[in-house]
Design a protein around this ligand. Structure first.
Ligand code: GLC
Length: 548
């Protein structure tokens, strides 16, 4: 059975704990999502990817799962979930669940049995004996510190690539693979229409040797059996229904591997979610640094991935934002002088590409970084760990706060801004994390009322994709590759070309197209082209159409 290509679909990501609170605990819930479905239907999205809301001690905001088949009471009940699935279905919206199979919470029953010495369950995880009285190797956790935690009663260490509360599963054990397939099938039976697989390319561990040139990731990213394991998961679960949409979150992956993961012939995943384009503001490949983004690198990465993935007919998620990234408008746009123009430009740059667009909650109204100004305002384990690490490196408080202010995941996690009123209409009570003070002007209520809002522009982009076979399936061809301010490409369809021009800067710039074309969409009210020459104003972006 052939998988659908999902090129005509748009996904909206909801971070449930920050979307809408209905029971007054300052924490979003499933009922809150039901309340906001009309809004999402109006936007025109097809799927809702929900971050994990399963039973969890919430050490990593739900990515530490203690029971994959139960709802964490903070988010509601199974009845609430059934109501959500039903209400979404009535609006032709499918739900996409987040499957965290690289690790479980240490509170999961399997890990608890392992700790009690049960060999079957010990073999669900990766336990290693000390080597010469030390940790088995020198790898560094993604959240800082070593990846090994010693369990005195067992006299062994367990592996955790992420937080100490997230023990890595042993995917070389067929029982683990079967358990995970069964979880997927459980949710398929409930009417779930899609799955996002968390850090999925870290699941097949290779050798456990010391890494003297890196943090260890080269031994487990895109590990030795990963393609085989994903093919197995596909065959044993979601692949049995070709209408199920899947996406794998890829950590430190390569184009070559992604071409395989998402190649329909290989029957692994529907598409990949990779982060290369979101590392162009890292100094020396280090996240916790401050550097303006490198536009030429960004452009080259887009071109390489777009053309590379199309070579093998592999699908790609198109995204600027998610719950792990600072807000794109603050990062790649100008959220002070040109917030509306630059938010629309960024959206257009991505939505006209080849793949499936993802919108992260609040992006469609131009939400920005939060502006946190003290460490007490942060909640995320990665951010608070790095605060300590940067401090130990000798950085001063102001510099650390500037770095966190630009890079922390909490920037994306502050409550959805529905109104200018109390707590942005998110909750009646003090929210679990600070609301961005700019909700006074940036909010859904204002966005809906304004036909020129960022929100209205997103609706147009979504409609355009749905109406255009060229946007869905046209060949991606880079244009103006040497231009230092403009991202330009065309999509070549059966009898037309769609040309996209995006000025990534706050100054005017000119491009020569050597051809005439009609305007389809622009983020400025008027647009002019003379003799194939276009002058793009600050952050101006246009989509042109030319019959061929
Ligand atoms: C993924 C999630 C992130 C989480 C990590 C560990 O990257 O998106 O939020 O912290 O995996 O599960």
């Amino acid at each position: 059975m052939k998988m659908e290509d999902f090129a005509n679909k748009v996904v909206y990501q909801i971070y449930p704990r920050s979307f809408q609170d209905t029971d007054g605990d300052g924490f979003g819930d499933l009922r809150g999502i039901v309340e906001r479905l009309d809004y999402l239907e109006d936007l025109g999205v097809d799927y809702l990817w929900l971050n994990p809301f399963f039973v969890s001690p919430q050490k990593d905001n739900g990515y530490d799962i203690a029971d994959y088949r139960q709802i964490d009471p903070r988010f509601g009940t199974m009845e609430d979930l059934d109501a959500l699935i039903q209400a979404a279905q009535e609006r032709h919206i499918g739900l996409m669940f987040d499957m965290v199979f690289n690790h479980t919470s240490v509170e999961h029953e399997w890990f608890q049995k392992a700790l009690a010495g049960d060999e079957k369950y010990k073999n669900y995880y990766i336990f290693k004996k000390p080597v010469d009285g030390h940790m088995p190797n020198n790898w560094v956790s993604k959240f800082g510190g070593p990846v090994w935690e010693y369990v005195p009663v067992l006299g062994e260490y367990y592996l955790h690539l992420y937080d100490v509360s997230q023990a890595d599963l042993n995917w070389d054990n067929p029982d683990v693979r079967q358990e995970c397939a069964d979880i997927v099938k459980f949710w398929m039976d409930k009417g779930v229409k899609g799955f996002r697989f968390d850090v999925v390319n870290n699941m097949s561990k290779g050798s456990f040797e010391d890494d003297f040139i890196g943090d260890g990731r080269r031994f487990y990213s895109d590990g030795p059996h990963i393609h085989e394991y994903l093919h197995g998961l596909n065959r044993a679960s979601f692949g049995q229904d070709p209408s199920i949409m899947t996406v794998g979150e890829m950590s430190s992956t390569s184009l070559e591997n992604c071409q395989k993961y998402a190649n329909p012939e290989q029957e692994e995943l529907g598409m990949v979610f990779n982060f290369h384009h979101l590392k162009v503001d890292y100094e020396n490949k280090q996240k916790w640094t401050l550097k303006p983004f490198d536009f030429m690198e960004l452009k080259e990465l887009f071109n390489t991935w777009q053309t590379g993935m199309q070579e093998t007919n592999s699908n790609q998620a198109l995204f600027w934002n998610c719950h792990d990234q600072p807000r794109s408008l603050s990062r790649f746009g100008d959220d002070k002088n040109y917030p509306v123009e630059s938010a629309k430009m960024l959206a257009m740059a991505l939505h006209m590409m080849r793949g499936t667009p993802y919108i992260y909650q609040g992006e469609e109204i131009g939400m920005t970084n939060n502006g946190f100004d003290s460490i007490e305002q942060y909640r995320d384990v990665e951010s608070t760990n790095y605060y300590e690490i940067l401090k130990a490196e000798g950085k001063d408080e102001d510099e650390i706060l500037a770095i966190l202010g630009a890079k922390s995941r909490d920037n994306a996690r502050s409550p959805m801004q529905w109104t200018a009123g109390k707590n942005a209409g998110f909750s009646d009570t003090e929210p679990w994390i600070r609301v961005n003070p700019n909700h006074a002007t940036i909010n859904v209520e204002a966005a809906i009322a304004d036909p020129d809002s960022i929100y209205s522009f997103y609706k147009k982009l979504i409609r355009l994709r749905k109406e255009s076979d060229t946007i869905q399936h046209g060949t991606y061809v880079p244009l103006l590759e040497e231009h230092e301010r403009v991202l330009a490409y065309k999509r070549v369809g059966k009898d037309e070309e769609i040309i996209v021009l995006c000025n990534f800067y706050g100054e005017e710039t000119t491009v020569s197209l050597h051809t005439e074309a009609d305007m389809l969409l622009s983020n400025y009210a008027d647009f002019q082209m003379r003799d194939g020459e276009v002058t793009l104003r600050p952050y101006e972006a246009v989509v042109l159409r030319k019959a061929v």
